[in-house]
Design a binder for this molecule. Structure first.
Ligand code: GLU
Ligand code: ZN
Length: 298
């Protein structure tokens, strides 16, 4: 690849924990190993799920671990105008429609969208109390994940579509919309992220097509679980990373990534240089879940 552009795109729902540091480190090492650019974007689109101060804490933790990014940090909360412009463009080109279905109406169709609102005209309907959905077509989507191999969108039962929400009824922009617009605008061409969002890749694929762009390459890492099998997350009280243990944390994340261990006498910057040089995708485990020892699950 001529000019690799990767990124780490955390949602500020809490401070980084070992599972998110592992994802950050993988995307950093992969980008740096291939002489790429590595960007930081804060996906602060969902205020009810965010925690005050989390953005600052994430930034501090990345800095304390010498995971230095290129260019200025992009905050999604500052990009509403751009998202609105793209939404207008999708409406004008017939790619989207207002959806006024209630949660109750949709509850009977957990496997897809039954298409009730497809006939609405985005221009004429009143969007105040409506979500906006992307109109998806029947094309069978596939992609080859750099780690997980060939992936195929599961077939929907007859009569159901993949039409998904790109602006929510509460008027918040959907993650799917923002992530695609930002990755396009930032020129991102390699995405390294957790396997828990692999399925979103298909939705994002529809958006790339609707916007006339080619999707990036993807590498979906196994998600780190605590010893009880739950994904490490704020919800299950994964402990925040201790910035005073940066070298240990990086070594722990490297072990989870199954990379060659740097000699113990190296300091943090040299540990990272060693790992950039020795980074190898082939050592990564494919498994959907990697379980940590009890001592790191808290
Ligand atoms: N913001 C998402 C998260 O924190 C990641 C989005 C992505 O990498 O595409 O789970
Ligand atoms: Zn609807």
């Amino acid at each position: 690849m001529s000019s690799y552009i990767g990124r780490f795109a955390p949602s500020p729902t809490g401070p980084l924990h070992l599972g998110s540091l592992y994802t950050a480190l993988a995307s950093f090492l992969d980008a740096r190993h291939y002489q790429g650019t590595w960007l930081l974007r804060i996906e602060d689109l969902d205020p009810p799920r965010e925690e005050a101060g989390a953005t600052e804490k994430i930034i501090e933790t990345l800095q304390a671990h010498h995971l230095h990014w290129d260019n200025a940090v992009v905050l999604q909360s500052q990009r509403s105008e751009r998202y609105e412009t793209v939404l207008e463009n999708l409406a004008d080109t017939g790619h989207s429609f207002f959806c006024t279905c209630s949660r109750k109406q949709l509850a009977a169709y957990p496997q897809g969208y039954p298409g009730f609102c497809r006939h609405h005209q985005t221009q004429s309907a009143n969007g105040k109390n409506a979500a906006i959905r992307l109109k998806t077509d029947g094309i069978q989507q596939t992609f080859i994940d750099l780690l997980q191999g060939q992936q195929q969108l599961p077939k929907r039962p007859d009569g159901l579509t993949n039409d998904f929400v790109i602006k929510r009824k509460d008027q918040l922009y959907a993650y799917q919309l923002a992530v695609v617009i930002d990755d396009i605008d930032q020129g991102v061409n390699v995405v390294v992220r957790g396997n828990d969002i692999l399925d979103s890749t298909f939705k994002q694929g529809y958006l790339y097509r609707a916007l006339g762009h080619t999707p990036p390459a993807y590498l979906h890492l196994p998600v780190i679980a605590a010893a009880d099998g739950q994904k490490l997350s704020k919800q299950n009280h994964a402990p925040a990373i201790d910035n005073n243990q940066a070298l240990d944390n990086i070594r722990q994340a490297l072990a989870l990534l199954n990379q060659p261990m740097p000699p113990t006498h190296l300091n943090l910057p040299n540990t990272l240089l060693f790992s950039i040089e020795h980074w190898d995708r082939q050592y990564l485990s494919r498994d959907a879940w990697l379980t940590t020892a009890d001592n790191v699950s808290g």
